[in-house]
Design a protein around this ligand. Structure first.
Ligand code: FDA
Ligand code: NAD
Length: 426
């Protein structure tokens, strides 16, 4: 049994949705394009899962957040794919790929061939077992990567109302889920190995602002340690978590956000991998010219910093997807991907954006006791990164612009004095 397509998108997440949208914008023919996804639903905006999806009142539910509502564009429902002659092969895992023969074999035993393959397999959540901790398949332990995880988390939260949650990990999932737990009236303790939250990006000063804000909402922090084991009752229900520093925390539920691993295994030994992802060039093309990679799974050259990076963020997934399609459909008109890294988060009444690279000296500015402050990162005499909490649309645009322009900085003290004004007046 087999089917053949000109273009196959492997994966059905954010990058897949934006890839399909771009193909349609650029005039793909009916029957040429197919999406194969392990998930049972059409591509959706994954960031909703740790935000609107977890609200106790009026939560976001599909079909409201199918791609491409995240960029205020049309919503690609299953009907949209049908109308544009795109085959959606959902609930189907690809179990092997042969890039020499240009074939994919699904878990249902079907062989699908392509002329051009776009790998958009994203990533999977790391499991506690990978760090030597057993028991994370227990009913009240939640990870959060896909819709099935989110539904499970909602059920566990509902049955833990008024109880205690332990959040393992102080990164994006930890911070966003902790806020949602508070909103759902669950007592939260966050546990992570670093000295402060969001250690990959925040400076200690920025982190302390968010930690104090969370503490005022009742969240407790246990830092510098990790979980070592769970305690179970006679019904195999978790009652507590044990930490390496000897602390025992009572727990009705646990959320684990300890990072991700890109889904590259289908291509190991077939495509060049780098920094954990599939290495691509500025056209998102891998070491095999018929295979492109986009989104979380792609390691691509970031022109502005001159480095290759794998980014785990939605804006990069959307833009790399669109870029790959441009490079495929209009190669002569498409130059190399020129991407400015962009990360953001929204929790409680807070909202921050970050652009560029967090390397070099950090210059903080603004009112850390109020609700708008930020930072510039200056490396080799140039602004390379900017962060802003509580900005307006114009202010966020200004810090994005300044980060792209990389102005030379002669006097760090002057930059600190000018603060946000520096970006607004450049
Ligand atoms: P994505 O993970 O979206 O999709 C991968 C797809 O491939 C899935 O459908 C998967 O099932 C499928 N797949 C994998 N292997 C397969 C196989 N062998 N066969 C078939 N299908 C397969 N970013 C940000 O900038 N701001 C934010 O606020 C958030 N918020 C956020 C919340 C939560 C809960 C998560 C989990 C992530 C975020 N992110 C984020 C990150 C952002 O969602 C992420 O960068 C994008 O979803 C990446 O898009 P991809 O399409 O690359 O992977
Ligand atoms: P992360 O990389 O942001 O954070 C991982 C955290 O795990 C670290 O901060 C650390 O505190 C912790 N950690 C690492 N090893 C540990 C251990 N052994 N025990 C306990 N803690 C440990 O990853 P995440 O929070 O799991 O997020 C997963 C993915 O989802 C990321 O790709 C992220 O970009 C994405 N995401 C993004 C957003 C956003 O951009 N707003 C929101 C949610 C999720």
């Amino acid at each position: 049994m087999g089917r053949a397509f000109v273009y196959v998108i492997l994966g059905g997440g954010v990058a897949a949705g934006y890839t399909a949208h771009e193909f349609v914008k650029r005039g793909v023919e009916h029957g040429e394009l197919c999406i194969i996804s392990e998930e049972p639903v059409a591509p959706y905006e994954r960031p909703a899962l740790s935000k609107g999806y977890l609200l106790p009142e009026d939560p976001a539910r599909l079909p409201a957040f199918h791609c491409c509502v995240g960029t205020n564009e049309e919503r690609l429902t299953p009907k949209w794919y049908k109308e544009h002659g795109i085959e959606l092969v959902l609930g189907t895992r690809v179990k092997s790929a042969d890039v020499r023969r240009k074939t994919l074999l699904t878990a249902t035993g079907e062989t699908i061939t392509y002329k051009i393959l776009l790998v958009a397999t994203g990533a999977r959540a790391l499991k506690l077992e990978e760090f030597g901790v057993k028991g994370s398949d227990a009913e009240s332990v939640c990870y959060l990567r896909d819709l099935a995880d989110a539904n499970r988390l909602v059920n566990v939260m509902q049955s833990s109302s008024g109880g205690n949650a332990v959040v393992i990990g102080g990164g994006y999932i930890g911070m966003e889920c902790a806020a949602s737990l508070v909103i759902n009236k669950i007592n939260v303790t966050m546990v992570f190995p670093e000295a402060h939250c969001m250690a990959r990006l925040f400076t200690p000063k920025i982190a302390s602002y968010y930690e104090e804000y969370y503490q005022a909402k009742g969240v407790k922090f246990v830092k510098g340690t990790v979980l070592t084991s769970f305690d179970f009752d006679s019904n195999q229900k978790i009652t507590a978590v044990n930490l390496r520093d000897g602390t025992k925390l009572p727990a009705d539920m646990v959320i684990v956000g300890i990072g991700i691993r890109p889904n590259t295994s289908l291509f190991e030994g077939q495509l060049t991998l780098e920094k954990g992802g599939i290495k691509v060039n500025g056209r998102m093309q891998s070491s095999n010219s018929s295979v492109y990679a986009v989104g979380d799974v792609a390691t691509f050259p970031v022109k502005i910093s001159g480095e290759t990076r794998r980014l785990e963020h939605v804006d990069s997934a959307r833009k790399s997807a669109r870029h790959a399609v441009a490079a495929i459909m209009e190669p002569e008109k498409t130059t190399d991907f020129d991407y400015l890294p962009f990360f953001y988060s929204r929790v409680f009444a807070l909202s921050w954006q970050f652009y560029g690279d967090s390397t070099g000296d950090v210059i903080h500015f603004g009112d850390f006791l109020g609700n708008s402050f930020g930072a510039y990162w200056v490396n080799n005499g140039h602004v390379v990164g900017s962060f802003l909490e509580g900005g307006t649309k114009e202010e966020y645009e200004a810090i994005a612009k300044i980060t792209r322009l990389k102005p030379e900085i002669e006097d760090l003290t002057d930059l600190e004095t000018q603060g946000l004004r520096f970006a607004l007046t450049l």
